[in-house]
Design a protein around this ligand. Structure first.
Ligand code: ZN
Length: 83
């Protein structure tokens, strides 16, 4: 069940957008899943580009988190080897 504030109405599915759904903002709020269904065309070009850029940012964040985990494990290994 979504919660938080209602941020608006998704122009694609016409349903409410809740804060915790982490919508994508480009002039207005969109559900991320709805943006995946956008048809190709010049009129949707900018919003599709920002969707893809947003996906890259999310992946980069995940990579950074994984690299942090690797660093922690490497330092644990180092400590164990020095025992
Ligand atoms: Zn939607």
């Amino acid at each position: 069940m979504p919660s938080g504030c209602i941020l608006g109405i998704c122009p694609i599915c016409k349903e409410l957008i809740w804060e915790d759904e982490k919508p994508i903002f480009k002039d207005t709020f969109y559900h991320e899943d709805c943006l995946d269904k956008l048809p190709y065309g010049k009129d949707t070009k900018n919003i599709r580009l920002s969707l893809l850029e947003n996906k890259i940012k999310k992946i980069e964040k995940s990579i950074n988190k994984l690299n942090d985990k690797i660093d922690i494990i490497k330092s644990e290994i180092k400590i164990i080897k020095e025992e």
